[in-house]
Design a protein around this ligand. Sequence first.
Ligand SMILES: NC(=O)c1ccc[n+]([C@@H]2O[C@H](COP(=O)([O-])OP(=O)(O)OC[C@H]3O[C@@H](n4cnc5c(N)ncnc54)[C@H](OP(=O)(O)O)[C@@H]3O)[C@@H](O)[C@H]2O)c1
Length: 309
Amino acid sequence: MNLFLTGASGLVGSAFARAAARRGHRVTGTVGTFAGQIEGVGTQLTVDLSQEAAVTGAVLEVFPDAIVNCAAVSVPEQCEADPARAQALNVELPALLARLAHHVSARLIHVSSEQVFDGTGTTLYAATDRPNPINLYGRQKLASERAVHAAAPEFAATVRAPLLMGNSAGGARSPHERLLADWAAGRTPRLFQDELRQPCSAENLAEVLLELCERRDLLGVFHWAGRELLSRHDIGVRLREHFKLTATQAPLDRIARADHPEAVRKRPARLSLDCTPLVGKLKTRPQTFADQLGELHVPPPCRTWYSSL
Ligand SMILES: NC(=O)c1ccc[n+]([C@@H]2O[C@H](COP(=O)([O-])OP(=O)(O)OC[C@H]3O[C@@H](n4cnc5c(N)ncnc54)[C@H](OP(=O)(O)O)[C@@H]3O)[C@@H](O)[C@H]2O)c1
């Protein structure tokens, strides 16, 4: 297939490019500020995705079979800090890509987030449950879903993803990369013992997105996540063990939501996704956390510190 990938330098986009190339697809991938080469990307374009004319020109030039949107302002704090930039990437870009997908009859795969839910539920969230985002990022992701499926209902599939593990192109994006950077700098990360997430790896999500490119019969909003619900603190401890670090080399401060009411106001407490019906329709399987740990390596910015231990 001829694939147009936005956000090829991101955590998910770079994993998608590798997966697509392994299966013999031709990938045209966009980057914003990233300067290096992305493995698996045949044609790499530097495009400011907030510029409608630039995006339209690039898509029409490629005339893809499928558009895969992995670009976003994906860190909730960055959305709060610059709402206009986040709106352009998180809402206006997916809406534009949906209009273009409709125009060229391309499949459109969009990535949304578990953060469309408020996290007060005590069971699994189904894809049909009523969203109720409590932060700007979640509101923008929900708006993106609605815009995408209004503009290209016969072409689009959206996957709501959980907290993602993996090795990013820049080595500083994912949870283990951030923790290792903190430890390397002598900082003690503070992790909530009662904020629950159901992580999967970007590699595993990429396999799902790739299968969806090929499965044009699957339309609408779907959930995908890992097999286990873990606290942020448990995730930190498991990462520390995986990298064979001691509590002295890699300290963690275990904190409770009740002690930080202002900080948790915009942080959903418990995000657990029901992955049916997608899990029954794809070959890709949800991962255990142990599977995800097995994929992780020490990122380049932390290697000198790590090898000095
Ligand atoms: N990471 C998670 O834990 C997580 C969880 C749930 C859902 N998601 C969703 O998954 C998708 C992928 O997230 P991710 O974590 O892979 O994101 P990411 O690592 O933060 O990457 C974001 C991508 O967007 C690109 N980008 C941002 N602004 C741009 C602009 N103005 N012009 C061109 N490119 C621009 C970046 O390019 P440059 O870096 O080259 O500038 C980068 O390739 C997003 O929809 C996100 O909301 C992520």
